[in-house]
Design a protein around this ligand. Sequence first.
Ligand SMILES: Cc1cc2nc3c(=O)[nH]c(=O)nc-3n(C[C@H](O)[C@H](O)[C@H](O)COP(=O)(O)OP(=O)(O)OC[C@H]3O[C@@H](n4cnc5c(N)ncnc54)[C@H](O)[C@@H]3O)c2cc1C
Length: 420
Amino acid sequence: MWNGNVDRRPALIARCTDAADVQKVVRFAGQHGLLLSVRGGGHSAPGYGTNDAGLVIDLSSMKAISVDAGRRIARAEGGVLWRELDSQTQVHGLATTGGTVSNTGIAGLTLGGGLGWLMGKHGLTIDNLLSADVVTADGQLRRASVAENPDLFWAIRGGGGNFGVVTAFEYTLHPVSQVLGGMLLYPLDQAVEVLRFYRDFCPTLPDEAEANAGLLTTPDGLPVAALLLGYNGPIDEGERVLAPARRFGKPIADLVGPMPYAARQSMIDAPNAQHGLHRYWRSAFTETISDGLIDAAVASAGTFSSPLSALLFFYMHGAGTRVPVDKTAFAARRAQWDFDAIGQWVDGQESDGHIAWIRQIWSKFDPHLQGHAYINHIAADDQPEKVRASFGKNYARLRESKKMFDPGNLFRMNANIAPA
Ligand SMILES: Cc1cc2nc3c(=O)[nH]c(=O)nc-3n(C[C@H](O)[C@H](O)[C@H](O)COP(=O)(O)OP(=O)(O)OC[C@H]3O[C@@H](n4cnc5c(N)ncnc54)[C@H](O)[C@@H]3O)c2cc1C
């Protein structure tokens, strides 16, 4: 598992190689009343891809990818990681919206919605999903698309792994090759001004631009504020759009420049992609970055309990926010920031202290947040009300869909939806 702090011992791991394998295992789990986990890329921070004493469907052998460059469509199996899909689509100068770290699984990320560098211009990952092959709790393999099983297709676009095991996804692709990307780094004593500038800069951006911000520690131990900028369009146009940020304050490094899309996809891999580090993660969506939130974040960044930990603001805007709320299960269709407190440390003996530190700083952020989150970032100890609030207006219909496709809640190792 990506999160080394998840140390569990399932009774049985089924290393499935095709959809027929998955069907057999789902039926077996249902017949024997076993606790069932589904592992795609293994990046769930709470460790939903495994369990104690139950059964795991491990999709990591299901890696087939095919690209139809003429029709701009890619088909990928449920065990594929983003870097594996990108490497195949980039051969043709194509890509779809994927995650910001290259070894996250396409499966879990897509089913929760899919926030990534390209979302401003091309929408969320689910907005690019054409169809999925899903093994539902009754062991049936169903094709879900706008034309086939539309209720299932609606539910899996934002409802997470609640409705079945997706054995293959089909995505629409877009021309993407050279992009503008990189970071500006500022010393922590400029962080308050940088984050206030950032908050006001984001709403001015066109769909092609991306702007994220972080408080983190450089590999040589310097606490910094970082602006992570990008532009998915003509490079000279991007230079013009991002210029106000690059002129702001006194950065100690300006690492923004043209790069291949695949390089941007792995730009923040270290240390975030590394499997086995210990982690604890809290998160919320917020439509405003108040002065109080900035002050609390900057004060916390001065006391990081581990140099690998970080506070991050990911800005969601553009095409993904213009899709009607009821078109898919993903309810958070508005311009806002995904705010994350990511605790990462090396020594498992120190876990209690690092987890307590994240909980303590989060209690200072909470009064400035609105109580809902990206469902792929909900922590295991978040309250059920937060899960419900995060599905928003779509929660009632999701409960009906759950009743239709998984009435016994076989798929419950996730941001769980109670059947109606
Ligand atoms: C370092 C890091 C960076 C991230 N960056 C982003 C980002 O940029 N954008 C973003 O949107 N999210 C991001 N995420 C969150 C990520 O989307 C979720 O953690 C996601 O659930 C990971 O999917 P996975 O398949 O790797 O995980 P897993 O741990 O394998 O599974 C996660 C969940 O999905 C279910 N699941 C997995 N595969 C299937 C399947 N084939 N069918 C049905 N259910 C399945 C599992 O049962 C579990 O509930 C990031 C996570 C990490 C750890």
